[in-house]
Design a protein around this ligand. Structure first.
Ligand SMILES: C[S@@+](CC[C@H](N)C(=O)[O-])C[C@H]1O[C@@H](n2cnc3c(N)ncnc32)[C@H](O)[C@@H]1O
Length: 301
């Protein structure tokens, strides 16, 4: 798959040509340098610095290995898509992070493009390096450098709620789908199952995104032993509410997930009604609400 077949200028929509170490627009002045093999359509990470730091630190923690297929299982649950159905299809991973789900699709033979605004593109490019039909691009969801109707499938897992405007970010995507193509997103749920824990987490978050990343990582690491208290029958019921941290059984995942919870600048939550409404507004068909909340998929007519 040649990148130039898919790319279009994010400013004027004209085609892009590869000239030495850059993509140059045929219709305007835009050039996108290719640095360490990754086309860069943004000058910096903007508000996603914490993610650049996170994924550069936990470069491979969530990749599936041998008997461990947690990422593949999560992909199926959150998109409703069987990765095997993506073989030979052009697929866009919006906000690919270090490439956890992109790798699942690439292993199934998808022609995959991963985009991310942060420096997560560096570990993603390393993790996907073994797949010749995969490319990673540093770009912003709000200014994606692709021609209309390019992709057979688009998915975005845990990303859109970390942008300044979840709905607007979603609405940028359907124009990139081919007719008949499918789109699936998963965003945080606004359903408050545990008012106290969720209220306290958001109280702590008034401060934590402003902490130095190294300091917040140290705090997330220091929280590892809380797991043994959180899992105790009586005291755990209260400790989990007062100091909410990740409950993943793997200690390294817990550090990553806890950092991921407390560090991002934006962290919106949404209901099924809202997300189903965005799919309807984008004129998708076969709209389906999936579990876990809030996962929704649809198809372009
Ligand atoms: C929680 S991570 C999820 C990464 C990946 N989807 C996964 O589940 O492992 C959210 C990702 O969204 C990216 N992101 C946030 N805003 C973005 C934007 N406007 N354009 C592209 N990527 C963005 C962040 O840089 C980050 O890597």
């Amino acid at each position: 798959m040649e990148l130039t077949e898919l790319l279009a200028c994010p400013s004027c929509g004209s085609s892009l040509t590869r000239i030495d170490d850059a993509f140059a627009c045929s219709g305007c002045e835009l050039t996108a340098p290719v640095v360490r093999g990754i086309p860069r359509f943004v000058g910096d990470e903007a508000y996603t610095e914490s993610f650049g730091y996170q994924w550069s630190t936990f470069r491979t923690t969530q990749l599936d290995r041998d008997s461990d297929d947690e990422s593949a299982v999560t992909f199926r649950e959150k998109t409703g898509i069987n990765p095997l159905d993506l073989r030979g299809k052009r697929v866009l991973d919006v906000g690919c992070g270090m490439g956890r789900f992109a790798e699942v699709c690439a292993r199934s033979g998808a022609q995959l493009i991963g985009v991310d605004l942060s420096n997560a593109v560096e570990p993603a490019n390393e993790n996907l390096g073994a797949f010749p039909d995969c490319h990673v691009i540093q770009a912003d969801i709000f200014d994606l450098p692709f021609a209309e109707e390019t992709f057979d499938a688009i998915y975005s897992i845990g990303v859109l709620h970390h942008t300044p405007d979840t709905k607007e970010a979603f609405l940028r995507l359907p124009r990139l789908l081919k007719p008949g193509g499918q789109i699936a997103i998963w965003v945080y749920s606004a359903e408050r199952r545990d008012l106290l824990a969720s209220g306290l987490k958001y109280t702590y978050r008034r401060v934590t995104p402003r902490l130095n990343h190294k300091m917040l990582l140290k705090l997330s690491r220091a929280a590892i032993p809380l797991y043994s208290i959180h899992t105790k029958p009586a005291i755990g019921f209260f400790s989990r509410k007062i100091l909410p941290t990740s409950m993943h059984p793997d200690p390294e995942w817990r550090v990553l997930d806890t950092f991921d919870d407390y560090s991002p600048r934006y962290r919106w939550r949404h209901t099924y009604d809202e997300v189903l409404g965005w799919f309807a507004q984008a004129k998708m068909t076969e709209i389906e609400a999936l579990e876990p909340r809030v996962a929704v998929r649809g198809r372009k007519p």
